[in-house]
Design a protein around this ligand. Structure first.
Ligand code: CP
Length: 309
């Protein structure tokens, strides 16, 4: 198989296991490329990609831009805060004006869930979701699963716990879809108020005791508390959250087996994870970031249809 079953990457929900394996196989080749002295290939020459960011980003924005440049695409960057969106221009008008300048693909981050799906229905370009509200963040889930595969040899059969603010997290939802499609066992852990009621219908275990969750798992993916998406208080204080759900070195070292620690970033050091855990040899946080470039190169390359040439 050399083609994805989808025209856009709107969410992991739309991908098959074969799609994910194809992305991983393609990313393996691109990971070799980005570790060479000359990190660039001509694969997307003559393709123009617009990165539209309506919400803050460090890793995803830079990672997509680097991926596009390593593939020799032409790249334009758009930031909502310095654009005519501030003068009242709509999403469709903004994107259609950008497409009129002969853009082939759009990578978009937007605070509204479903914004990428809406765009895909109304404009004639390949759309890649770089995070839409609390809905999905598909390339984050792909790079997370790719990093587990790299560290543990396979994702199938591994036990992965996602800890923290599951309710507001697009990373959690995309990770659940991706890990389940690849045959992992998935658990979510956090306070009752931050675990949505529908979550067990996705085939995941729920645990409210962090120690029990860590004793069960091979991999712990620690999530940030998304205060910017919380309109009410879900727990008494950050200090209490940290006492109940923060991962520190003494807890990590007291476990019966060595687990792998992940975090999608940005980290709030001292809240969901202490610095000595984030920087420990059990942490693969920076490998996740490195793998993000190769995985995004694979996604863009496959969506552009260049694999068939
Ligand atoms: N992981 C992630 O999406 O980070 P950014 O918000 O910095 O892009």
């Amino acid at each position: 198989m050399t083609k994805l079953s989808t025209k856009h990457l709107l969410g992991i929900k739309d991908l098959s296991e074969q799609d994910i394996q194809l992305i991983f196989k393609t990313a393996d080749n691109f990971k070799d490329v980005i570790n060479r002295p000359i990190k660039k290939v001509p694969s997307l020459r003559d393709i123009t990609i617009a990165n539209l960011f309506f919400e803050n980003s460090t890793r995803t924005k830079l990672s997509f831009e680097l991926a596009e440049k390593r593939l020799s695409a032409d790249v334009v960057n758009f930031s909502a805060s310095s654009s005519s969106v501030k003068k009242g221009e709509t999403l469709i008008d903004t994107v259609n004006n950008i497409l009129a300048m002969k853009v082939d693909m759009v990578v978009m981050r937007h605070p509204n869930p479903g914004a990428c799906m809406f765009l895909a229905k109304h404009v004639d370009a390949r759309i890649v979701n770089a995070g839409d509200g609390a809905h999905e963040h598909p390339t984050q889930a792909l790079l997370d699963a790719y990093s587990i595969r790299e560290k543990l040899g396979t994702v199938k059969g591994k036990k992965v716990v996602i800890v923290g603010d599951i309710l507001h997290s697009r990373v959690a939802l995309s990770n659940i879809f991706c890990l389940k499609k690849l045959g992992a066992q998935v658990m979510v852990c956090g306070p009752t108020t931050l675990i949505p009621k529908y979550i067990s219908s996705l085939g995941v275990k729920v645990e409210h005791d962090l120690r029990k969750a860590l004793e069960w798992c091979d991999v712990a993916n620690m999530l940030r508390i998304q205060l910017e998406r919380q309109e009410i208080k879900y727990f008494p204080s950050l200090r209490e959250y940290t006492m109940m759900y923060g991962l520190n070195k003494s807890l990590l070292d007291s476990l019966k087996k060595e687990i792998t620690v992940m975090h999608p970033g940005p980290i709030n050091r001292g809240v969901e994870i202490t610095s000595d855990v984030a920087d420990s040899k059990q942490s693969i946080i920076l490998q996740q970031v490195e793998n993000g470039v190769a995985v995004r190169m694979a996604v863009l390359f496959l969506l552009a249809g260049r694999a068939e040439n």
